[in-house]
Write a protein that binds this ligand. Structure first.
Ligand SMILES: N[C@@H](CCC(=O)N[C@@H](CS)C(=O)NCC(=O)O)C(=O)O
Length: 223
């Protein structure tokens, strides 16, 4: 679904971030969810280096992206937004109660049990690279990511997805795993590597990534 400046749904995103963040800012997972759901949207872009526009803290209390608006519904937190989109789309959320419960469970697991460990590693590898404390902390942070990935790989086994079909849980898990691109940690598990490649091969992801990246080529142009 192309970006549409007249769309009812608006998200916020950045038109400038440091190179390491391109392809990994959290608007991408929301764009991906919207693409899977077939919903048109527009993007309001900020430069990450600049102060946020007046009033933005009323949309996103931490001044971050993404924020989301559709009619009277205003949200922040990428996972909450992805779940909101998923609730209205069978492409992301099965119809049956158990399927829905499992999709929501994996969505939270991605963030609360996997991303939390990955973020600790990103912190030392990216945000504090080279600092003495980060060098000391890194082995432990990496070990914890390895432990989580080994358990995730064990769960996945030879399945294509975390449950019996693609859901918002896979969308978020894949989004989280992508943050390890600067390491070989995912590739240590053939099934996780293939899982991530499978998720990234989805046309909706390709469209979302293309529009996410295009925002950095068109500074200050909304939509
Ligand atoms: N928990 C939030 C985190 C959002 C977040 O960390 N956004 C980053 C970009 S990925 C950001 O806006 N950073 C700029 C800042 O913190 O000022 C979510 O998932 O939406």
């Amino acid at each position: 679904m192309p970006l549409d400046p007249t769309a009812a749904i608006e998200i916020t995103a950045f038109n400038w971030v440091p190179d390491f963040a391109k392809g990994n800012v959290r608007d991408l997972r929301v764009r991906w969810a919207l693409e899977e759901a077939g919903l048109a949207y527009r993007a309001r872009l900020f430069d990450a280096k600049d102060a946020r526009p007046e009033g933005y803290l009323r949309e996103q209390p931490f001044g971050q992206v993404p924020a989301y608006e559709c009619g009277d519904v205003r949200m922040f937190e990428s996972v909450a937004i992805a779940l909101e989109i998923a609730e209205g789309s069978e492409a992301l959320m099965p119809r049956d109660p158990m399927g829905r419960a499992r999709a929501r469970t994996w969505a939270i697991a991605a963030i609360n049990s996997v991303e939390i460990a990955i973020n600790a590693l990103i912190d030392v590898d990216v945000f504090h690279a080279g600092e003495d404390w980060a060098k000391a902390r890194r082995p432990q942070a990496e070990q914890e990511v390895r432990r989580r990935l080994t358990l995730l790989s064990g769960w996945l086994g030879d399945k294509d997805h975390l449950e019996d079909r693609f859901t918002v849980g896979d969308l978020l898990m894949a989004s989280v795993l992508r943050a390890l691109r600067h390491t070989d940690l995912v590739a240590e598990h053939e099934n996780l590597k293939a899982y991530l490649a499978r998720c990234e091969a989805r046309p909706a992801f390709a469209r979302a990534l293309a529009d996410h990246m295009a925002a950095f080529e068109r500074p200050r142009e909304a939509a």
